[in-house]
Design a protein around this ligand. Structure first.
Ligand SMILES: [Zn+2]
Length: 180
C-alpha cells in the first residue's frame, strides 16, 4: 500500500500491516460512549446562509406573476415551493444523519444520509489542536464548525454546524484533554 518493494508475491509490508491492525482496532466499538452531538438543523440558518437562493426564488415568483398568465404563474410558484421544500428537507435529513460520538479515547464522525456513508475515527492522542469557526450567519444562530488538527500537513477533521458552539467546544476539549 505504501509502495515499498516486496520480496515475493503475497508478502505484506510491516509498516502497512501495523497500520492496518491499528485501524482495525480503532473500529471496534469496545469503549463507553461519553458524549454525542448531531449536526444542527436550523431553518433560520439555512435561510440566512442561502439568502441569495431565497431572494432569487422570490424574484422568479414575482416575474412569473407579472409576465405569465395565471395558470403558468401558479405552476412556476408551485415548482419554486417544491424546490425550496426539497432543499430544506435535504438539510434536515443531512443534519439528522450526521453525528460525532466521543468515546473514552477516540471520536467517531458519522455521516449517513441518502447516498452518503462516511465514517471517520480519530484517536484523541493524534489530535494536536482544535479550533472553532463561525461565519456571520452561523454566529446569528449560535452554531459553528469545529476543526480537529491531527499530525501531518493539512490533515484533520472538521465537523460542521455544531449547536451551542462555545459549550460544545469546551466539552469536547475537556473530554479530549482528560485522556492526556
Ligand atoms: Zn507498506
Amino acid at each position: 500500500m505504501c509502495g515499498a518493494e516486496l520480496k515475493k508475491e503475497g508478502d505484506i509490508c510491516k509498516n502497512c500491516y501495523d497500520r492496518y491492525i491499528k485501524e482495525e482496532a480503532l473500529k471496534l466499538d469496545n469503549e463507553q460512549e461519553v458524549f454525542r452531538i448531531n449536526r444542527k438543523y436550523s431553518p433560520k440558518f439555512n435561510l440566512l446562509k442561502n439568502g441569495e437562493i431565497v431572494v432569487l426564488e422570490i424574484i422568479i415568483i414575482l416575474a412569473a406573476l407579472s409576465a405569465y398568465r395565471l395558470p403558468i404563474a401558479i405552476l412556476i410558484i408551485l415548482l419554486c415551493v417544491i424546490a425550496f421544500g426539497a432543499w430544506m428537507f435535504f438539510n434536515k435529513v443531512r443534519a439528522k444523519g450526521t453525528k460525532t460520538i466521543f468515546y473514552e479515547t477516540k471520536l467517531k464522525y458519522q455521516a449517513k444520509y441518502l447516498f452518503v456513508n462516511r465514517e471517520e475515527i480519530v484517536p484523541y492522542n493524534e489530535i494536536k489542536d482544535m479550533a472553532y469557526f463561525q461565519s456571520r450567519s452561523q454566529k446569528m444562530c449560535k452554531i459553528g464548525d469545529i476543526r480537529f488538527y491531527t499530525k501531518g500537513f493539512l490533515s484533520g477533521l472538521t465537523i460542521s454546524d455544531i449547536p451551542e458552539i462555545e459549550e460544545s467546544f469546551n466539552k469536547m476539549r475537556d473530554i479530549i484533554n482528560s485522556t492526556r
